[in-house]
Write a protein that binds this ligand. Structure first.
Ligand SMILES: [Zn+2]
Length: 217
């Protein structure tokens, strides 16, 4: 059995092993520990969109806003007043805009399906990237992370929310992988690998949160 991609989508390592003999196949990288669904088993794009529309993203629900705010709190002290923040992969609603309303921050909501805003014009102008429950959906997280690093000013912050995997043990009964649009899973080792690769300072790392600072040149 071989993955259609013969290298890890994160570190490009070639030591990929299936986590067990069951279907669908999930591969884990022996180097960075990224764990991902066999690419040929991903949903079709149209099914993905309808699945995202089922997500419960009700901006009238204070609990949903509190949930979004927790990821913001991990970096809120490090973003200057009036700072520019990109809610990257916001989904069908502009959640962070609602959370930060009236606080003086500028928020750009981006989502490749629902708000395909051109963010490239913000290169080197952004104070923070906020990415809540989106990185586990990405086909090629490296492309997105490299985009974040172009957008961010030196010293800019990244705040992520995604549940960390615990490897093959218990993976088949892990609820988080049952959303068919969740295709790639990180753990501390994976995030540490990314921090080393891109010279990021790790500010916080405890599932489901990870935050980083882009080092000043
Ligand atoms: Zn890897």
């Amino acid at each position: 059995m071989k993955p259609k991609t013969s290298n890890c989508p994160i570190c490009q390592g070639s030591s990929l092993k299936p986590i067990d003999e069951h279907e669908p196949v999930y591969w884990q990288c022996a180097d960075c520990e990224y764990l991902f669904l066999e690419p040929s088993d991903r949903l079709q794009k149209a099914s993905e969109k309808s699945r995202y529309e089922e997500h419960n993203n009700d901006l009238g629900d204070p609990k949903y806003l509190q949930y979004l705010e927790k990821t913001w709190q991990k970096i809120s002290q490090d973003v200057p007043p009036g700072g520019l923040v990109v809610d990257y992969g916001c989904g069908p609603t502009k959640g962070l805009e609602a959370v930060l309303k009236g606080q003086g921050f500028q928020v750009v909501s981006y989502d490749p399906i629902f708000y395909p805003t051109s963010v490239e014009i913000l290169n080197h102008k952004v104070d923070a990237i906020y990415c809540s429950e989106a990185i586990e959906h990405m086909y090629n997280p490296i492309v997105e992370i490299e985009c974040w690093l172009r957008l961010l000013k030196p010293g800019g912050m990244i705040s992520l929310r995604t549940a960390f995997h615990s490897g093959e043990n218990g993976f088949r009964s892990w609820w988080y992988k049952d959303d068919p649009t969740h295709i790639g899973f990180f753990n501390e080792q994976t995030f540490q690998w990314l921090a080393n690769r891109y010279s990021l300072e790790v500010c916080h790392m405890h599932s489901p949160y990870a935050s980083f600072r882009k080092k000043a040149q």
